[in-house]
Design a protein around this ligand. Structure first.
Ligand code: SF4
Ligand code: SF4
Length: 408
């Protein structure tokens, strides 16, 4: 399984050690390294920039970090740290946020001899629009960060000079942080709709595109990144051939790109010659939107020959806030919990030898009434999978999903 990891070397290391095969992983530190990502599940093509040309690399799956590591100064001992934004044009919203957060945090850290460091925030443009932005500025100010709105500024040879309305300043010996634009472009690069901060459909790591996963911290719970990686690798390994998909009649297709535009799952792409559309069967969710929108009536939904579905004996541990007992099919042996986080690993493991599948259901991220119950449930289910894997048993019989009970 070839995996392209975007955005975070720590995440890349974790995935390499979880798969045990670093050669199958290609890593891209920032979105700006990548020119484009084409294709779909098991046939992605990542086009990256090298010094003088482009390199195309195949990948079965894409995993990106949707969290941003804090921006830290390179010289931690310096008594003055200057965040220097807008040096090469207006910095993005996400860079501004990260710098404000980092400046705020650094202003609270005592340096040598228990003295607070002086933290400067230099920007040519001041962006206060956007959710929570004003609060970030307020917090930074109250933590002691000094703000300068400069007209001109430059940094070379360890000297930072800048001019504002009051005069010209020169700063020597400070640690200057010039942040680079990076992961905010991943959603765009991967044609994902703007993702809610609360998480994703069904699971925090899933996105609307099959084979594309986002790893994000959920509640600060230790081990949560490992739990998400474990889920993703399990999900990748358990992907079956689709039972149905959209099929394009190339003779009727006018290559108008409508289907590509409306497909929410990135499952349509132009064929090699660019004269007609091609469905990426493995990425298709068979929702039928494209078939309804195609002006040439060139798309039909095709059912693959379905293998007999064997469900077997099923056990379900569920948070009673996320599912209604009456909605659970009677053939499932379901056990309600006050909170998903209360699920016991011992019980899951015992049930794994008595049932064909053991599922754990909890509420969507950030909607747990008990704080981090859903994150704990995911963690416990993932750990149980690891135990089964270590024991040489079928780890994928343990399943995890988020659900939400309609309010009554
Ligand atoms: S909408 Fe129909 S005609 Fe247009 S590109 Fe897609 S398949 Fe072809
Ligand atoms: S059926 Fe849905 S998922 Fe499949 S190609 Fe059409 S719009 Fe995309």
């Amino acid at each position: 399984m070839k995996i392209a990891v975007l955005g975070d070397s720590f995440l890349c290391e974790k995935i390499s050690s979880a798969t045990g095969d670093a050669h199958q992983i290609s890593f891209y530190g920032t979105g700006s390294e990548i020119a484009s990502i084409r294709g779909g599940f098991q046939e992605f093509i990542v086009k990256s920039r090298s010094s003088s040309s482009f390199i195309e690399t195949n990948a079965d799956s894409i995993i990106f970090s949707s969290y941003s590591s804090p921006i830290a100064p390179s010289e931690s001992a310096c008594s003055t740290v200057a965040f220097f934004l807008d040096a090469d044009g207006e910095s993005s919203d996400s860079i501004t946020r990260r710098c404000l957060e980092s400046a705020s945090a650094l202003a609270l850290v005592k340096g040598e001899k228990k003295k607070s460091r002086q933290i400067l925030f230099l920007a040519k443009y001041v962006r206060t629009a956007g959710s929570g932005m004003e609060t970030l500025y307020k917090t930074a100010r109250s933590n002691g960060v000094l703000f300068f709105k400069y007209n001109e500024a430059s940094y070379s040879g360890g000297v930072l000079t800048f001019k504002d309305g009051d005069g010209e300043y020169l700063l020597e010996g400070a640690s200057v942080v010039q942040p680079q634009e990076e992961s905010s472009s991943y959603e765009k690069l991967l044609s994902l709709c703007k993702m809610p901060s609360a998480g994703f459909f069904l699971h925090p790591s899933l996105t609307l595109r099959r084979g594309v996963y986002a790893v994000k911290p959920m509640s600060g719970l230790f081990g949560e990144i490992d739990a998400q990686i474990s889920f993703i690798l399990g999900d990748l390994a358990s992907q079956a051939e689709p039972l149905s998909y959209a099929q394009v009649d190339k003779d009727k297709c006018a290559a108008c790109l409508t289907c590509m535009r409306v497909c929410p799952h990135g499952a349509m792409m132009l064929d090699e010659g660019g004269s007609s559309m091609r469905n990426l069967n493995k990425s298709c969710f068979a929702c039928g939107i494209c078939a309804g929108m195609c002006p040439a009536k060139a798309i039909t939904m095709k059912a693959a020959s379905a293998p007999a579905l064997k469900l077997g004996r099923r056990k379900l541990f569920y948070c009673e806030n996320c599912l209604n007992a009456s909605d659970i099919p009677p053939e499932i042996d379901a056990e309600a919990l006050i909170c998903g986080g209360g699920v016991e690993m011992e019980k899951i493991l015992k049930c794994s030898s008595l049932y064909d599948t053991v599922s754990v259901a909890s509420c969507f991220p950030e909607s747990c009434r008990h704080g981090d119950g859903n994150a704990k449930a995911l963690l416990f289910a993932s750990r149980c999978r690891e135990y089964l894997r270590c024991a040489g048993a079928d780890e994928f019989k343990i399943k995890f999903f988020n659900s939400s009970k309609p309010l009554r």
